[in-house]
Write a protein that binds this ligand. Structure first.
Ligand code: AQP
Length: 354
């Protein structure tokens, strides 16, 4: 592997309905990361997807669809490593070690589990509860230094940092004895930010835009046709006031704030810039401008996704190549982890992995 100063990792679940929030909060930023001096790994996290029920045939299609979205958005699979989680067994292996490092009390505080399990907690899968530990393993199998994610993943990233810290402390003697210095795992930096770190529902500005929202009108799907995108924006909930000319004027106006944030993220500008152009405008002026921008930005991605998904063989080849390259890195981490923890393994004990 070439020597990069940063290692970037992130993932998207193949749970269907990939939407504008996933694109602006995550995938678009994955593409931008490729300009940094970084090895980027982008993973279709299919093992996370099955923490809630997935129809097997649909899941296979969804894995290919997320891969197509990565490629259609501009992720270059020769520069970045694009793969699906289940093809790299080290994710699950490291998750088990981390299950023995993470504390029950830490997981009990995870708000996403509480939201997703709802009132029927006793019936939620153990995988859903353990999701953040597998996520820590995804990131730390590559000893990733940076993780671009939407704001909803902030608490999980904090857990990843806690697990890395505790592993480094619990095994400090063994880490040093195996030639890794004072710390084996990095304390990964979350990269959360920009105007679309949390894109909200088009029907309710206080709720996150989400794949599982029962109303399709609440989100813009990456596969939506131009007419559908324009119609969803036209029908998006708003208030009767014109847009303010200062960002402070968006406070207490969640729907207006959301649409301005979406415009800013699509145009690659700030909310301030948007309000400089549209301050004082009615939504009857702003919404068509936003719809035009959304269609111009998303239609080429949707077209390219259609072209790519028509050739599943090509997508599977990209995933196979990426998985082989990912496994070459993760296997080194796991060999070192096994030595540090005190397992006996085949092959010589590794002294250093990087
Ligand atoms: N609304 C959002 N705004 C900004 N970023 C978002 N992300 C998700 N929703 C928004 C970011 O997209 C990446 C991939 O998300 P995921 O597929 O792994 O899982 P998720 O966060 O559970 O996605 P959904 O759409 O919210 O699914 P459901 O409905 O199942 O809960 C992550 O970086 C995430 O932050």
């Amino acid at each position: 592997m070439a020597a990069f100063t940063e290692l970037v990792f992130s993932g998207v679940q193949p749970t269907g309905n990939l939407h504008l929030g996933n694109y602006l909060g995550a995938v678009k930023r994955f593409v931008e990361m490729q300009a940094r001096d970084a090895q980027c790994l982008y993973c279709v996290v299919d093992m996370h997807a099955i923490t809630v029920w997935q129809d097997p045939e649909a899941l296979r299609g969804q894995i290919r669809e997320v891969t197509a979205a990565f490629l259609a958005s501009g992720i270059d699979p020769t520069r970045s490593i694009v793969f699906n989680q289940s093809q790299v067994p080290q994710h699950a292996e490291l998750a088990w070690v981390f299950n023995c490092v993470a504390r029950l009390g830490w997981l009990n505080r995870m708000t996403q589990f509480k939201e997703k399990a709802g009132k029927d907690r006793e019936n939620a899968s153990i995988g859903l509860y353990d999701y953040p530990v597998l996520m820590a393993a995804d990131i730390l199998a590559y000893r990733a230094t940076h993780v671009p994610v939407g704001e909803d993943q902030k608490q999980h990233l904090e857990l990843t940092r806690d697990i890395a810290q505790k592993f480094n402390t619990d095994f400090s003697g063994s880490i040093a004895a195996h030639g890794h210095g004072e710390a084996f795992f990095p304390i990964t930096e979350p990269l959360i930010g920009g105007p679309a770190a949390r894109v909200m529902s088009l029907r309710d500005g206080t709720k996150k835009m989400s794949k599982s929202d029962p109303s399709d009108n609440a989100r813009i799907n990456l596969t939506d046709e131009a007419d559908t995108i324009a119609q969803k924006i036209r029908r998006a909930k708003t208030d009767p006031e014109p847009l303010p000319s200062e960002v402070a004027g968006l406070k207490e106006r969640p729907e207006a704030d959301n649409l301005v944030g979406i415009y800013a993220a699509l145009a690659g500008i700030t909310r301030e810039d948007v309000l400089r152009d549209f301050g004082g405008a009615q939504f009857s002026t702003f919404k068509p401008a936003l719809a035009d921008l959304a269609v111009t930005s998303l239609a080429p991605i949707a077209g390219e996704m259609r072209r790519l998904t028509a050739d599943p063989g090509h997508i599977d080849a990209v995933l196979a190549d990426g998985s082989t390259r990912a496994e070459a890195i993760a296997a080194q981490t796991l060999d070192a982890v096994k030595d540090i923890v005190g397992f006996v393994r085949r092959g010589p004990s590794l002294q250093a992995v990087r």
